[in-house]
Design a protein around this ligand. Structure first.
Ligand SMILES: NC(=O)c1ccc[n+]([C@@H]2O[C@H](COP(=O)([O-])OP(=O)(O)OC[C@H]3O[C@@H](n4cnc5c(N)ncnc54)[C@H](O)[C@@H]3O)[C@@H](O)[C@H]2O)c1
Length: 252
C-alpha cells in the first residue's frame, strides 16, 4: 500500500538548498522518495548537502548552481536539470531561497533594497516561469513559496517585508490561475527558525524575540520542512492559495 505523503516517482526542485530550511526540505522530500534537484549560489556547500542526503536516502539528488534572482540563470538551471534527468517537467517547485539585508529605512541603501527584491521576489517569477508549462501539460503540480511572518511589517525590514508580502500576492494569484490544471500554489510564513539567517541576529534581540513566542523556543528547519513535504504530496490536493504559518504561535 502507498504510504502517506509518498513522493516516489515525483521530481522536485528546491532552491536555497545549501543551508537552513532548504537543506531540511531536501532531506525530507528525498526521504519520502522524490528525486530532488537542489539549486543554490553556494555550489560547494550544496555538494556537501547532497553527499549527506545520498548517504542517508536512496533517492537521486542533483546539485546545480542557480542565482534565483537572475532570469537567465534560472532558465539555464532548469534546462540543465531536465537535460541531466532526461525529462521535460517537474512535479514540485519549492521557491525557498531568500536573503535579508536589514536596515532602518532611513539608512537602507538602494543596493540593499534591490538585492532583496531580486532574490526574494523576482525569484518567484524567474523560477516558476520555468516549470509552469510542464505542470500545465501534465495537469499536475505543487508550488510552495517561502514568505515570512515579516510580510506583516517588521522594523528594519522594509525591503524583506515588501518582498515577502509580494510573495503572498503572487501565490494567491497563481493559485487562482492554475487551479484548473490541478496545480496547487501555497505560501509558508515561518516565524523564527534556527538557521544561519537567524543566528546572525544579535543574542539580545534573539532573546527578546524568543520571549514573544508562545512556545518559548525557536523552530527547527525540520518543523518547516514537514509542512512543505505535506503540501508537496498528493494528499494536499485540495489546499491552494493558502498562507500557512510555522511560528510556535508568534504573531507580529
Ligand atoms: N530562518 C527563519 O527564521 C526564516 C523565517 C521566515 C522566512 N524564512 C525564509 O526561509 C527561506 C530560507 O531561509 P534560511 O533561514 O534557511 O536561510 P539560509 O541563509 O540558511 O539559507 C538560504 C539559502 O539560500 C541561498 N541563496 C541566497 N541567495 C541565493 C540566490 N540568489 N540564488 C540561489 N540561492 C541563494 C543561500 O546560499 C543559502 O544556502 C528564505 O526565503 C527566508 O527568507 C526564514
Amino acid at each position: 500500500m502507498r504510504k502517506f505523503c509518498d513522493l516516489s516517482g515525483r521530481i522536485a526542485i528546491v532552491t536555497g538548498g545549501a543551508s537552513g530550511i532548504g537543506r531540511a526540505i531536501a532531506f525530507k522530500l528525498a526521504s519520502l522518495g522524490a528525486t530532488v534537484v537542489l539549486g543554490d549560489v553556494k555550489l560547494e556547500e550544496l555538494k556537501n548537502v547532497v553527499n549527506e542526503i545520498t548517504q542517508q536516502t536512496s533517492s537521486k539528488v542533483l546539485p546545480l548552481y542557480v542565482n534565483v534572482g537572475d532570469f537567465n540563470s534560472a532558465k539555464e538551471f532548469y534546462q540543465k536539470a531536465t537535460e541531466i534527468l532526461g525529462i521535460d517537467y517537474v512535479d514540485i517547485l519549492v521557491n525557498n531561497a531568500g536573503i535579508n539585508r536589514d536596515a532602518l529605512f532611513v539608512k537602507m541603501t538602494f543596493e540593499q533594497w534591490d538585492e532583496v527584491m531580486k532574490v526574494d521576489l523576482y525569484s518567484m517569477f524567474n523560477m516558476t516561469k520555468q516549470v509552469v508549462d510542464g505542470m500545465i501539460r501534465r495537469n499536475y503540480g505543487r508550488i510552495i513559496n517561502m514568505s515570512s511572518m515579516s510580510w506583516l511589517g517588521n522594523i528594519g525590514q522594509a525591503n524583506y517585508s515588501a518582498a515577502k508580502a509580494g510573495v503572498i500576492g503572487f501565490t494567491k494569484t497563481l493559485a487562482r490561475e492554475l487551479a484548473k490544471y490541478n496545480i496547487t500554489v501555497n505560501a509558508i510564513t515561518p516565524g523564527f527558525i534556527d538557521t544561519p539567517m537567524t543566528r546572525a541576529v544579535p543574542e539580545k534581540v534573539r532573546q527578546k524575540i524568543i520571549e514573544r513566542i508562545p512556545m518559548g523556543r525557536v523552530g527547527s528547519p525540520e518543523e518547516v520542512a514537514n509542512l512543505i513535504a505535506f503540501l508537496s504530496s498528493e494528499e494536499a490536493s485540495y489546499i491552494t492559495g493558502e498562507v500557512i504559518g510555522v511560528t510556535g504561535g508568534l504573531v507580529l
